[in-house]
Design a binder for this molecule. Structure first.
Ligand code: GLN
Length: 495
């Protein structure tokens, strides 16, 4: 019989219904694993043990009442607001900040019966691809603690990969769910822009940000997405109307599905092991009942340049509010400008400052047209390119990242190299499209590799059923898992 901490959401539901376990047993079992493993992984910034246990016993007393996430432990990225609890964005500038309200996703999770266990580490303000930009230290990849878990939602991805929670939420502005999902061997979904409410998500680049789930399997991913998706009047960019059902069609297979494979992949600068996994994926699809065709993708190089202009421009404006007046840190000096300078100088880390400077630069008069306006034009071209593809196709398949996880420290002094790990993920944000990463195999070093599926705006349904099909064919979870013993041994190569 599986341990309680190995159960999927549906299996947990059955364990509760049969009386094998109560939400208290499950929360206790996960808290115990966190105790044993998170000293090495460091995925959590805050653990709400007592709150979670109280909530679990309240749930046990109430019974499930058909709630879809009854007694499911969840971790939440620490840029998502929970009322009265710390929300640090892994930044010193939010020291002591406790939001007066819950994010819509938090409300929806709790209404659905989930138990939020804690908040996870991230790159400061979600800016980064390795979680090394956290003011509170890097998270480690459960598959090899010397490697980065990816980022910016590295804490959430690592927590799920280390088995510390079955579900975690992250946010994805340029790949921050899909890239760490790929590095950590878990599923990570970013919905269509506007599918999940951004209310209570600390803004990085508002036109690109989306919250989404990390899970161990696709069915759990569909279950969580069904709960958090949907219109929210608190978010003006939220999609109106009902979101598509995701679980109902999950097992329907890929028969007749029009799958687009990008042309010119031989020119991609990607690792041999990623290429091999991509080729295997193409072979699986060619051998299936899907209809395969080749398409020209919009320029991925242009899309990364465009992303780093638009995202930084929006970030420089969004982060202007942290000035020592309303939120968190305030450095007391005698004059106003001095307070701004000292608070922002000490409160923000280096990468955040770099982004604010770049963003301010591309928005400043004299440069605005050359950079910001041009990036908007490139964005329009990328959107048109995808629209044309999705007139004739249901899905695009491509790798999530050019390589498997890199080592901690390897790219931290080379921002451009770090930015390039987002080359395949930024297009979906720029075009507002749904995209998912699923673990497809392992690298020569035994680290996970992720494949990415993209679909037309609004079509999460097709994304998930194709992901489910591939999941069965890859058999990743049956073949591979991290060495949990190593995580519990406390060995960290002296780091
Ligand atoms: N790695 C990208 C960046 O640094 C994406 C971050 C994100 O999606 N939040 O901006």
């Amino acid at each position: 019989m599986k341990d309680l901490t190995e159960l999927s959401i549906a299996e947990l539901d059955r364990a509760y219904a049969s009386g094998r376990a109560s939400p208290v047993d499950v929360v206790e079992a996960y808290l115990d694993l966190i105790d044993r493993r998170d000293e090495v992984v460091r995925s959590f910034l805050h653990i709400f043990g007592d709150r979670a246990l109280e909530r679990a016993s309240a749930l046990a007393a109430e019974g499930s009442n058909g709630r879809p996430l009854y007694g499911v432990p969840v971790a939440v990225k620490d840029n998502i607001c929970m009322r009265g609890l710390p929300t640090s964005c892994a930044s010193r500038i939010l020291e002591g900040y406790r939001p007066p309200y819950d994010a819509t996703v938090v409300e929806r999770l709790e209404e659905a019966g989930a138990v939020i266990i804690g908040k996870t580490n991230l790159d400061e303000f979600a800016m980064g691809s390795s979680t090394e930009n956290s003011a509170f230290g890097a998270t480690r990849n459960p598959w090899n603690p010397d490697c980065a878990p990816g980022g910016s939602s590295g804490g959430s991805a690592a927590a799920v990969a280390a088995g510390l929670v079955p579900v975690a939420l992250g946010s994805d502005t340029g790949g921050s769910i899909r890239q760490p999902a790929a590095f950590c061997g878990v599923a990570g979904l970013k919905g269509t822009y506007g599918r999940v409410s951004r209310y209570g998500l600390v803004a990085f680049a508002s036109s690109l940000d989306q919250i989404g789930p990390f899970t161990r399997n696709i069915e759990d991913c569909a279950r969580v997405m069904e709960v958090i998706a949907g219109h929210d009047p608190h978010d003006a960019t939220s999609i109106t109307g009902s979101p598509p059902p995701l679980i109902a069609g999950l097992e329907s297979g890929v028969r007749g599905l029009k799958v687009a494979i990008p042309k010119g992949t031989e020119k991609w600068e990607i690792g041999e092991d990623v290429r091999k996994s991509f080729d295997e994926t193409v072979d699986i699809l060619k051998g299936s009942e899907a209809d395969i065709s080749e398409v020209d993708l919009p320029d991925v190089d242009a899309s990364i340049a465009c992303y780093y202009i638009l995202a930084n421009a929006e970030a420089s404006s969004n982060l202007a509010r942290y000035d020592g007046v309303k939120y968190g840190l305030r450095k007391d000096v005698k004059n106003l400008v001095g307070m701004y300078e000292q608070t922002r100088g000490e409160g923000f880390g280096e990468e955040v400052k770099r982004r604010i400077l770049l963003g301010t630069y591309v928005l400043s008069s004299g440069y605005y047209d050359a950079y910001y306006t041009k990036a908007q034009q490139v964005k329009a071209l990328i959107c048109d390119g995808f629209e044309a593809i999705f007139k004739g196709s249901d899905l695009i398949v491509l790798p999530t990242t050019p390589t498997a996880a890199f080592r901690i420290g390897e790219k931290i002094d080379d921002p451009i190299a770090m930015y390039l790990s987002d080359i395949f993920t930024t297009p979906a944000n720029i075009a507002g499209l749904p995209a998912i990463s699923i673990p497809s195999g392992v690298s020569d070093d035994g680290l996970p590799i992720g494949m990415q599926l993209m679909a037309a705006a609004g079509n999460e349904q097709v994304l998930l059923l194709a992901a489910r099909f591939l999941e069965k064919r890859y058999g990743f979870c049956e073949k591979h898992q991290p060495d949990f013993g190593r995580l519990e041994g406390g060995e960290r190569d002296g780091k």
